[in-house]
Ligand binder design. Structure first.
Ligand code: FUB
Length: 324
């Protein structure tokens, strides 16, 4: 059972939801019409700006705050403003966004605003040391802030296994066989939220019930893209898309760095190839934000953001609430 799209006047995808100033703010990609044919490199996702949405309470009218950042605002970007996220600290709001630089390599930028709705002013350069796609920010109870990121195939994570960009690995490639799957990444953010700390970028381990790393051939459980972090009852929940098997899965750990143990699936495949989500608590209830292509009748790069309530059982396992 799908919920209604949050908005229908524009196509939106990759929703990152947060509660700021007592409202739910959603930071989605802004999908647009393009003649680019579907391919496994994701060239058809040719987005050029971001809009910010807000609502309070769930079910109420959604406000589109208009263009918050556009590709021409960002000196280092060539194209493809993909899945963003936002965070607040020190009284400011930070928008984290992936895009291809002038060499066609995905990097992650940061832009700042005094308001959660933007407009956001971007830094002139991407975050030093950043790469790949799908940044997801998480500010812990002690105010330490982290950026999770990574995505395979068009998202280029497989190009960075040596630590340097390897163009020969571009496109729909990843390890196969009984070897560990590629691992998502996390970096602690500096106090000013503009850089990674000297800790650098770390890999995040996702393990099975026996403590073994999820293997590359385990496409139902291995990380593909769309990381998200939330905390529930003191546990860290790392959730993600499995990509070519189209699930939203999650893993649970005791630290923001992991390791995380695979916990199950939150969302089965939706209409469309991609699946991407976020999880947020609002007024004591928990919500999953996600997208699908029902409104565009399956056109893969024209997606719509939706939300559904989720619940936890006594063991901390997540499922969609039956009654929505
Ligand atoms: O929207 C472009 C890409 O599609 C995102 O970065 C991925 O997570 C997938 O949703």
């Amino acid at each position: 059972m799908a919920s209604a799209p949050l908005v229908t006047h524009i196509y939106t995808a990759d929703p990152s939801a947060h509660v700021f100033e007592g409202k739910i703010y959603v930071y989605p990609s802004h999908d647009r019409e393009t003649d680019i044919q579907f391919n496994d490199n994701g060239d058809q996702y040719d987005m050029a700006d971001y809009h910010v949405l807000s609502l309070s309470p769930p079910g109420s009218e959604v406000t589109d705050h208009g263009v918050a950042l556009t590709v021409s605002d960002v000196p280092w970007v060539s194209k493809q403003l993909w899945a963003p996220d936002a965070a607040t600290k020190n009284g400011k709001y930070y928008l984290y966004f992936p895009a291809r630089d002038k060499e066609g390599i995905f990097r992650i930028g940061v832009a700042v605003s005094d308001k959660p709705s933007g407009p956001f002013k971007p830094d002139a350069e991407p975050i030093p040391g950043s790469f790949s796609i799908d940044p997801a920010s998480f500010v812990d109870d002690n105010s330490s802030a982290y950026l999770y990121f990574g995505g395979l195939w068009g998202g280029q994570l497989q190009c960075w296994t040596s630590g340097k960009f390897d163009d020969s690995m571009s496109g729909p490639q990843e390890p196969s066989g009984n070897v560990p799957a590629l691992l998502p990444r996390v970096a602690k953010l500096s106090d000013d939220m503009h850089k990674f700390t000297s800790e650098g970028v770390k890999e995040i381990e996702i393990r099975d019930e026996h403590g073994q790393l999820i293997q590359a051939d385990d496409h139902d459980r291995r990380f593909f893209e769309a990381p998200w972090m939330h905390k529930y009852k003191g546990k860290y929940y790392f959730s993600y898309s499995t990509g070519d098997t189209h699930y939203i899965a999650y893993a649970i750990g005791d630290s923001p760095y992991g390791p995380f143990t695979y916990g199950g699936r939150i969302l089965e495949p939706v209409v469309g190839w991609t699946t991407h989500h976020s999880i947020v608590e609002f007024q004591g209830k928990w919500y999953l934000f996600y997208h699908d292509c029902e409104l565009s009748k399956g056109v893969d790069h024209l997606r719509s953001v939706r939300m559904r309530e989720i619940v936890y059982d006594e063991h901390g396992k997540i499922s969609l609430a039956e009654k929505q």
